[in-house]
Design a protein around this ligand. Sequence first.
Ligand SMILES: [Mg+2]
Length: 356
Amino acid sequence: MPPKQPSEAPKQSSEAPKQLSEDCPTVADLSESELLALIFPRLNSSPSVLLGPGDDAAMVAATDGRTLISIDTQTQDQDFRLEWNNGYRTTGYDVGWKSAAQNLSDINAMGGTATSLVVSLTMPPATPVQWVEDFADGLTAGIIGLGVPDCSVAGGDLGRGREIAVTVAVVGTLAGQTPVLRSGARPGDVVAVAGTLGRAAAGLALLESDVTVTDLSDEQRALLDSQCRPLPPLAAGPLAARSGATAMMDISDGLLRDGGRLAAASDVILDFDAVALKAHALPLEPAAALLGVDSMPWVLGGGEDHGLLATFPAGIQLPQGFTAIGSVQAVVQSHGSGVRIAGQAADTVGWDHFAD
Ligand SMILES: [Mg+2]
């Protein structure tokens, strides 16, 4: 099939959600092959997928001789709601975009570039066909809009379930680079981040609030977009690898929690600079004031922006997109590895899937 060109900018949450009438067709009205015939034309193609959907398995080029691979699941009412407290309706487009973004981000975090996705979509029979078409559009728009046009959906599976669940596996290439692991940070390194911190968490707080979308400012609506259609900095990972990053990971569960993981893997202390963190919290303060909360927990605990946390040798110029937020220090025997803010132990406030 011909490659699909980037056709549209991400849809804005300020648009009225598409109203689906009572009698709109549902996936129960179509056979699987009829549904697939609606999905396939909505997917882009790419040179790395040598054989796409249609056979029992896809065939993907692996020119580097090594393959990065990762997988992630989004489940309705666990990772997203179809209708939020503030009235915003999650579209299939949102879920498709976010599924792509989360997985592309994990390849980015290794210093690689994604080449293909394999997608499993499970849904109730009453799911509107339009929702599935929007989902396919969102996947394609995410791949292209986030700047990875050499990646495409290589294959997938459709299934029936009690709620919507999307599992995406991603394959990527290092293109000759050494992968950047979590374990390479050394005392004296600079700690830096790329992308945004706390915006998706602020968007989540707004979605769960009583403030309706129409009462939000443009900037606050953009925070909803950060939650529903995150913009991970996908050029920054390979650039960091080429620039000598010693350790890296994407921030999917919050700066403190993920920072703790990187610190443990490297057996070091990450000491964050309070002033640098405050700079990330400052733009979120109007939304925090609207909700009567503090913006700093969004910066420290919010993860779904899928920014990058990386360490670099001291003295090198940080690659474009990265800003310093602290330094790596040696473990003090009595304390062990971990995260600190201005030398003080920081509580771990990031999201833990298995915590209460
Ligand atoms: Mg990750």
